[in-house]
Design a binder for this molecule. Structure first.
Ligand SMILES: C[S@@+](CC[C@H](N)C(=O)[O-])C[C@H]1O[C@@H](n2cnc3c(N)ncnc32)[C@H](O)[C@@H]1O
Ligand code: SF4
Length: 371
């Protein structure tokens, strides 16, 4: 058994694909509109949960992501979370992603009532010209209004997603987002560099990605600003107040097993990676017929798993335990990077230095052979 948890899988992701429109940069499995399909989708998810239940141990984390999970509406989300509740371990983290413009007082109260412990709010930016470049539906004030409603409803933890290296973003724009986020004071912040994903509308123009130097400056500006405000830079794109790290994401970076339910969802269980196929109707038809969803399964060989542990584990500010991760492919390159001040080594562990973390992908590519 590779990486399996004898007590059963402790981390559950559920994909809720519906969106009101597709943002130009988005390459996720998303269904625009399809109000007619939402009841049937809930039934399909419940059927898939029923099929997989035996693999699950007490769940330590649950993450409802999308898409726009809040477009499922309070009642369907309540039914889904009600089916999951008997499987939760005491003190489980239950996160729901929410787009700011979809958060109303009744929805916020329903989420709190359903046992949601954490909401991840997709603000992306507070600057009107950048929200337009990103095709966001939210108005600049929506994220702050949503944060207020979620807190009033008693949601224990709030996280905010922001983006950097957006076309047209200047250091002054990032400074405005920093002032905003430290003013709102969420427990956790994810600040992602915008990726121009193949096939997405933004990759076809007319906007050009900012040059690498500006992107690197914006990243360092975000890190410095959040650290000054008391957030720990615990993962390359993630920052938390003490104790507010996302436990679900940590499980992923620690390469633990997780089950993904829903169209396009990915699972990694006991050295196998399973990918549910995209295609909402096919997914729903299969489950309505009592079948497994269409999916592909790959067996991950020990070398692939070892390289993944290095790639994921070095994203964190904690040391990578070599007894767990396995040996480097190129020990000489590792020594060279230690001498260059990009990696620190101590008894049985390695850790990227702050400078090494800014170059994490290139550093790991030097050490490991991802051919
Ligand atoms: C699953 S996504 C979508 C969540 C939600 N629908 C929203 O848009 O706010 C979670 C986060 O990934 C980030 N993201 C999505 N596409 C990205 C891209 N192309 N590059 C970088 N970050 C991206 C966004 O910050 C987003 O909030
Ligand atoms: S970024 Fe979020 S809201 Fe926009 S299309 Fe993708 S999942 Fe939907």
């Amino acid at each position: 058994m590779i990486g399996g948890d004898p007590a059963g899988v402790a981390h559950l992701y559920v994909h809720l694909p519906f969106c009101a429109s597709r943002c130009g940069y988005c390459a996720f499995v998303v269904e625009v509109g399809r109000e007619d399909a939402r009841d049937a989708y809930l039934q399909a998810l419940l059927a898939e949960l029923g099929r997989e239940r035996a693999a699950l141990g007490p769940l330590r984390t649950v993450y409802l992501g999308g898409g726009t999970p809040t477009l499922m509406g309070a009642e369907r989300l309540g039914a889904l979370l009600g089916a999951i509740r008997p499987l939760l371990a005491p003190g489980a983290e239950v996160t729901v992603e929410a787009n700011p413009e979809t958060v109303t007082q009744p929805l916020a109260e329903a989420l709190a009532q359903a046992g949601v412990t954490r909401v991840s709010l997709g603000a992306q930016s507070t600057r009107p010209h950048l929200l337009r470049v990103l095709d966001r539906r939210a108005a600049p004030g929506d994220a702050e209004r949503a944060a207020g409603l979620l807190r009033q409803a008693g949601i224990p933890q709030l996280s905010v997603d922001l983006m950097l290296a957006v076309p047209g973003q200047a250091p002054a724009d990032l400074a405005a987002d920093l002032a905003w986020v430290t003013g709102v004071g969420p427990d956790h912040v994810s600040w992602y560099e915008l990726e121009f994903k193949e096939g997405s509308a933004i990759a076809r123009g007319p906007h050009a990605a900012p040059d690498e130097d500006l992107a690197a400056d914006l990243y360092e500006q975000a890190i410095a600003g959040l650290e000054a405000a008391g957030y720990r830079w615990y993962e390359l794109a993630n920052f938390a107040r003490p104790g507010a790290e996302c436990r679900h994401s940590l499980a992923y970076w620690h390469a633990r097993d997780y089950l993904g339910l829903g169209v396009g969802a990915v699972s990694t269980i006991r050295g196998e990676r399973r990918r549910n196929a995209p295609g909402l109707d096919r997914y729903m038809r299969a489950l309505a017929a009592g079948d497994a969803p269409p999916r592909a399964t790959d067996v991950l060989d020990p070398d692939t798993l070892r390289r993944e542990r290095w790639m994921l584990g070095t994203r964190l500010d904690e040391p990578l335990d070599l007894a767990w991760a396995g040996p480097p492919d190129r020990p000489a390159a590792l020594e060279h990077l230690v001498a260059a001040g990009l990696v620190e080594r101590s008894e049985g562990t390695v850790r990227l230095t702050r400078r090494g973390r800014l170059l994490q992908n290139a550093v790991v590519q030097e050490i490991m052979d991802f051919a």
